[in-house]
Design a binder for this molecule. Structure first.
Ligand SMILES: [Cu+2]
Length: 457
């Protein structure tokens, strides 16, 4: 194995000194509006929530909504144990959500505190060509230290995004992006009770490093919602029966099939605005393509529901992709060999990878610094074994409208939880076809309730 591959393999299995659960009531930074804004000139709207993020306050000046973005290098935490130097706006990646109403005139100052030139493109917005933010085509670059002003009237509504159009390969890989939400001026025929905005992204933060690598096109280490990875992504919460909208934007390098458990949602809109109801369609997974936005809506049933990208590698943290397949390979003796090159290496994967988290959580595996384990998170039934683009939608009967604090784990009504009925592999008389392979029942991994497979040590 090449040394880099070893490192990546090790990175896959690694550390967990800081397995802090962050699904906390850490007071989501909401928005500048407080409670839903009362109608002004018939333009009232329910403010969007940006999980782990925030909404940019504006000032009203001569009838124009003034916003100020600052492009700058920032310290960013993907989850406890993974810090990086990223680029973003106003101290965060993604940048703050900009929220306005169809018909508003907006003036947006952009100050460049990056070490190189930039620009801001208002993705999908109908505006004068010279406000479109394509460096070299519609404007000169915003040089380091300069402030530019963009000004235009919003002629549409929908879920939009903003990002640089100057050295965008580097600047977007470093985290420069944000959401731009435009509410329809006449309200919505089918109102929603909770409105969430999430930007999907990927990061090449190689094990042991602290700057995303913009040269990577395919093999990313981190897959994020609003630049956080599970378990540091805020849970989305709702009261039973409330209508929830999740606005999803994708400025990453991959398409993301986003899946919600427990409901068939309706796909109701995009950056083309909220679609006519005749175009709404029921789905349980919706692909949010690169450069696209999609709005999904559903009426919330009680429970804890997973919400995640369905690309299985996108719900994992750093892992090697170039390693040989260890499934079914007897690794006795190999560990000692490899440890001479890479102290602390632990051979795993013979029976699958579910035992990785036990080793990393147990702390027996030190790894590259500043690198998350592949899977993390502890739930009411043990290790969750996820990472990346994964979070929970927590729906409760007794949640107050407008309360966004994490309600803890769901208390299942009696008799509604799947449970063990036997530990005998020969249990029952299941119908089977084909030829059985692999170890006979006596050599199957010993089942245990702590998430470990204890049979291979
Ligand atoms: Cu994905």
């Amino acid at each position: 194995m090449k040394r880099r591959n070893l490192l990546l393999a090790a990175g896959a299995l690694l550390p967990a000194s800081t397995l802090t659960r962050v699904l906390a009531d850490s007071g989501h930074e909401h928005h500048n509006h407080g409670e839903p804004t009362p109608p002004e000139n018939g333009q009232g709207y329910r403010p969007v929530q940006t999980p782990n993020g925030w909404t940019l306050p504006y000032e009203m000046r001569d009838g124009v909504k003034e916003f100020h973005l600052v492009a700058e290098e920032i310290e960013h935490e993907f989850a406890p144990g993974s810090m990086a130097r990223c680029w973003g706006y106003n101290g965060t990646t993604p940048g703050p959500t900009i929220e306005a109403v169809e018909g508003d005139r907006v003036r947006i100052y952009v100050t460049n505190r990056l070490p190189e030139e930039t620009s801001v493109h208002w993705h999908g917005i109908h505006l004068p060509s010279g406000m479109d933010g394509v460096k070299g085509v519609t404007q000169p670059p915003i040089l380091p230290g300069e402030t530019f002003v963009y000004e235009f009237t919003l002629r549409q509504h929908g879920t939009h995004m903003y990002h640089p159009h100057a050295d965008e390969m580097v600047q977007m890989a470093m985290g420069m992006m944000g959401m731009l939400i435009i509410h329809p001026k006449n309200g919505e025929e089918v109102p929603v009770d909770r409105d969430y905005a999430i930007l999907l992204h990927n990061w090449a933060l190689h094990p042991g490093t602290e700057r995303p690598d913009p040269a990577v096109m395919v093999d990313f280490e981190l897959w994020s919602m609003n630049s956080k990875v599970f378990p540091a992504i805020d849970s989305l919460v709702a009261r039973t029966g409330e209508r929830v909208r999740i606005r999803l934007g994708n400025l990453s390098m991959w398409n993301h099939p986003m899946h919600v458990h427990g409901v068939s949602f309706q796909v109701t809109g995009s950056d083309g605005g909220r679609w006519p109801q005749s175009l709404w369609r029921p789905e349980t997974t919706e692909i949010v393509g690169v450069g696209q936005t999609r709005d999904i809506e559903f009426e919330a049933p009680p429970g804890d529901w997973a919400f995640h990208c369905h690309m299985t590698h996108h719900t994992m943290n750093p892992m090697g992709h170039d390693i040989a397949n260890p499934l079914g390979v007897d690794q006795s003796g190999l560990e000692e060999e490899i440890q001479r090159l890479l102290p602390g290496y632990m051979g795993m994967g013979q029976h699958g990878m579910a035992d990785h988290q036990g080793h990393t959580d147990g702390g027996h595996m030190p790894g590259p610094r500043n690198t998350l384990p592949m899977m993390m998170g502890e739930g009411p039934f043990g290790e969750i074994g996820m990472g990346g683009m994964f979070t929970l939608i927590k729906v409760r009967d007794d949640l107050e409208p407008g309360d966004f604090s994490d309600p803890g784990w769901y208390q299942h009504p009696e008799g509604t939880v799947a449970q063990a009925v036997s530990s005998d592999p020969d249990f029952g008389s299941p119908h089977r076809r084909g030829r059985r392979a692999g170890p006979d029942a006596k050599r199957l991994p010993t089942p245990s309730r702590d998430g470990h497979d204890h049979s291979n040590h």
